[in-house]
Write a protein that binds this ligand. Structure first.
Ligand code: AMP
Ligand code: MG
Length: 328
């Protein structure tokens, strides 16, 4: 028995419910289901419904725990009624009954907690919203943080190829217990299979992954870093924390997230789950300076800039190339 077995089981249950909602919404996604947030990123019915179901499940399993999620219900309250109805309908389908609007809004708002307790969950209800809208990669990312350490990390990846001709993988990591990969849509999640990073000793042999969106990571800089490291493979561009999953599984050996703006601070829900998935698969994760990611600073990684994740043995070599190219 592991120390976080109950959290793992409840987290897996919540993420699987959220991915079922996302998949259902994706199947009927129309432009009316999209509104613009103040920061211009598209937010969909599925973002809200995914956050609602995860908070509902966590509330049931751990009523005292807080959840730091990307969304809150403020904009949804002011949105057009059809959009609100779509969110409620998406949640109702998963619950097998209509909960009504008020509970759905309050579940979503449960995820607006401050990131300052000794223990909290952090949730990205749809990481890679742009990938989701393009029908490409996205993830439901959920992590448990205790005393500043990520102790459980879960990535539901509905569109990742499962190796058997289908799509849909779930990655689960528990601090000290390794990373496992499960079939996402199976009626029961099962034990899953252990996942480990590629055994690579030279960065030159690596394939690196990065954002599809050039606004999220400096692709021109990553090309220069790759050249300096002697990497010849083309960059593997995929949305969301599926990049962490790719490194954990050895599909790629480096993930570079290079700041495009000096003042941008990474959000904790964009990295907590993915970081643990890579670390527990044997890899390493730091910021671009080689410092540990600090999850004690609230909703952002205020003490860090960018992210470098690798399969491990090449980490120092990669960070030193990143520093050299950024310094030039
Ligand atoms: P990705 O799919 O890896 O490109 O990352 C998607 C995430 O990028 C979203 O969840 C946003 O929180 C985050 N994001 C938005 N703007 C920026 C930015 N300027 N730099 C880095 N990340 C960003
Ligand atoms: Mg995100």
């Amino acid at each position: 028995m592991g120390r976080h077995d109950r959290e793992l089981a409840a987290g897996i249950d919540a993420v699987r419910a959220a991915t079922r909602i996302c998949r259902a919404v994706a199947q009927r996604l129309v432009t009316a289901d999209k509104l613009e947030k103040k920061d211009q990123s598209p937010v969909t019915v599925a973002d809200f419904a995914s956050q609602a179901i995860v908070c509902q499940r966590l509330d049931r399993a751990f009523p005292g725990d807080s959840v730091v999620g990307e969304e809150d219900a403020t904009e949804l309250r002011g949105a057009a009624p059809p959009l609100r109805e779509s969110v409620v309908r998406a949640v109702a389908e998963e619950l097998g009954g209509d909960p009504g609007l008020a509970p759905v809004l309050s579940w979503i708002d449960r995820g607006a907690a401050h990131a300052d307790g000794a223990r909290f969950w952090t949730l990205d209800p749809i990481d890679g919203t742009k990938g989701f809208l393009r029908g490409e990669q996205y993830a439901v990312a959920l992590a448990l943080i205790e005393d500043g350490e990520v102790v459980v990390g879960l990535l539901g990846c509905p569109n990742l190829p499962d190796g058997a001709g289908g799509r849909g993988l779930l990655f689960s990591a528990v601090r000290g217990e390794g990373t496992r990969r499960h079939a996402l849509w199976d009626p029961a999640p099962g034990e899953g299979k252990p996942v480990s990073v590629a055994s690579l000793r030279r960065a030159a042999e690596a394939r690196f992954c990065e954002s599809v969106e050039s606004a999220h990571s400096d692709q021109e800089l990553s090309a220069r870093i790759a050249a300096l490291l002697g990497i010849t493979a083309e960059p593997y561009r995929i949305d969301s924390q599926c990049k962490y999953a790719a490194v954990a599984e050895g599909d790629a050996s480096i993930y570079l997230r290079l700041p495009t703006r000096r003042d941008y601070r990474e959000k904790i829900w964009d990295h907590a789950a993915g970081m643990l998935v890579v670390e527990e698969a044997g890899g390493r994760v730091t910021d671009v300076e080689g410092a540990k990611l600090d999850f004690r600073r609230g909703r952002t990684l205020a003490a860090n800039q960018g992210v470098v994740a690798t399969c491990g043995p090449i980490h120092d070599e990669v960070v030193s190339a990143v520093k050299q190219v950024r310094g030039a």
